[in-house]
Design a protein around this ligand. Structure first.
Ligand SMILES: [Ca+2]
Length: 533
């Protein structure tokens, strides 16, 4: 199946290259040495010509402070050679996306849309409706076959279903997640210190938390351990919810099938059971009593101070905590994946939520001539070529990396000297590529940390489920900002967990949620689901 597809793509590619070559030598009025040669040979040499010709395009892809890429600069030359396209990218202040969007809108209003760009905050919908960005449906398989193949068909189908013109067309290239990053993580060295097994049932899990609290696993003679916890608004504690089959992304409740229909997980009966359990943990002091005051820095600080036994975050990010733990407390910790725990009545139903579809990452201007349109598509095609990602990641020699003993070594990030680039591996990257990047970052002395990251990243995948709400467009929330912003959820989840409200109040939350717009949003979500599944 895969081979046949690849072959088909290659055949298309050959035809396309031929076509482009024909086009460019026909329209070119330069004194090309091939212009007068006979039909047969002009095709072959024309191909080389087309491949050699570097067409410049202006690309806006978000820049958090690196230098611009001007024609003839080191990054321009590097990418021109690697991709065969002239990548020009002015510096545009990012500022959380706000300044970027303003600058982009100003350029669009002036009729100077970049050739290829990152849409932001949903502006691709308006641009598609206005015909300002190109309909990519037929162009991608022809001119960007590597990209077309890289993104799974089911993801393209969701992009089509979300077409703002309602015609089932593709107007943007989405990011995809081919593997999940988040997981429950536990201090395996604490388990070992106390002679405990890795918990798999809820009973075992709660016993581990009690032991963490009472038996001084960090060995400082003080009962200062925080068995588990999370952050404000009940975020980053998904490992406590996911035992109950709750669709949740980094603490944001999401959509999955409950009672046979697509439903917001926060209003499911699963959620009521989960909240009752979590409130119990809180009451017993097994959860950080400051959970709802913890911002990221505060919670990370506790983890890095050798105080936290179990938390929810990126499995592959363990190396950062391990480094800080060693620097601060001198411990060579072991942070491993906590299995999805089996809760009473929910055995085998728990999972780590994942979605395949990311945000819109690229759109292509419809306001450009054919030569630039094809170059824009070629750019997208080439950055989708996984075999080029390592070179893109390493960047320009002397600027982004140096060569030591024949091996490329990344130089420290320096925004005052380094030019911006593209990062397709973050938009579409595979776990294998992430592993390579992690291990390439390691030295002899600190490899043990990166090994743990890699192991976690791989191990957590067995618990992952793609939820039914994958790809649900945020337009279902139009007109209901409080529902979109989880306002009611934060209030009730927080108060139920800390004990201000009894769990009986959950039913009131559900009722209020549906009455304040949840019913309309649910209806829209189910209409969408009927269309895509
Ligand atoms: Ca202690």
């Amino acid at each position: 199946m895969f081979r046949r597809k690849t072959l088909l793509v290659m055949m298309c590619l050959v035809i396309v290259v031929g076509l482009i070559a024909a086009c460019s030598s026909n329209s070119s009025n330069s004194s090309s040495k091939n212009a007068t040669s006979s039909n047969g040979s002009s095709n072959t040499s024309g191909q080389t010509d087309a491949a050699d010709k570097i067409v410049d395009i202006e690309v806006w892809n978000g820049n958090t402070g690196f230098k611009a890429v001007e024609k003839g600069s080191p990054m321009y030359n590097f990418l021109a050679e690697l991709l065969g396209v002239g990548f020009i990218s002015p510096y545009v202040e990012w500022n959380g996306g706000t300044d970027y969007l303003n600058a982009l809108n100003a350029r669009i209003a002036a009729g100077e849309m970049p050739n290829v760009f990152l849409p932001y905050n949903g502006n691709e919908a308006e641009l598609a409706r206005n015909g300002a960005i190109a309909d990519l449906t037929d162009l991608l398989p022809l001119y960007a076959p590597k990209l077309w193949e890289l993104i799974p068909e089911e993801v393209w189908n969701i992009v089509k279903a979300n077409d703002p013109t309602g015609q089932g067309r593709i107007y943007w290239v989405p990011g995809i997640k081919s593997y999940e990053k988040t997981t429950g993580l536990i201090r395996k060295d604490w388990l070992d210190a106390l002679g405990l097994e890795m918990p798999t049932t809820q009973e075992e899990y709660v016993n581990v938390l009690r032991a963490f609290k009472e038996q001084d696993p960090n060995g400082n003679g003080v009962a200062d351990e925080i068995p588990t916890g999370g952050r404000e608004n009940a975020r980053w504690m998904d490992h406590l919810f996911n035992q109950y089959g709750i669709a949740m992304v980094e603490g944001f409740p999401d959509w999955d099938i409950y009672d046979g229909e697509l439903t917001f997980s926060a209003v499911s009966s699963n959620m009521k059971d989960a909240l009752a359990f979590i409130a119990q943990l809180y009451k017993e002091g097994l959860m950080d009593q400051e959970t709802f005051l913890n911002d990221k820095a505060t919670w990370d600080g506790k983890i890095d101070s050798n105080l936290v036994g179990n938390y929810f975050h990126w499995g592959q990010g363990a190396y950062e905590h391990l480094e800080k733990l060693e620097l601060g407390s001198g411990v060579k910790a072991e942070i491993t994946v906590l299995p999805v725990i089996e809760a009473p009545g929910y055995e085998g139903k728990g999972f780590i939520t994942t979605k395949q579809l990311g945000n819109p990452e690229w759109v292509v201007s419809a306001q450009q001539d054919e030569e630039h349109l094809i170059a824009s598509l070629k750019f997208l095609n080439e950055i989708a070529d996984e075999s080029k990602w390592y070179d893109i990641y390493m960047g320009v020699e002397g600027m982004h990396h140096e060569v030591v003993d024949g091996k490329k070594v990344k130089l420290p990030e320096d925004k005052s000297t380094q030019q911006n680039s593209v990062s397709p591996f973050y938009q579409w990257g595979s776990m294998e590529f992430q592993e390579q990047m992690l291990l390439d970052s390691a030295s002899e002395e600190n490899k043990w940390r990166y090994d743990q990251s890699v192991q976690n990243m791989k191990e957590l995948q067995q618990y992952v489920k793609v939820i039914a709400g994958d790809g649900l467009p945020s337009s279902i929330y139009d007109g209901y900002p409080d529902i979109k912003n989880n306002t009611l959820w934060y209030e009730y989840a927080t108060k139920i967990i800390i004990g201000t409200y009894s769990i009986d109040k959950f039913d009131e939350f559900v009722e209020k949620w549906y009455k304040s717009g949840g019913n309309v949003v649910t209806e829209r979500a189910r209409e969408w689901y009927a269309k895509v599944k």
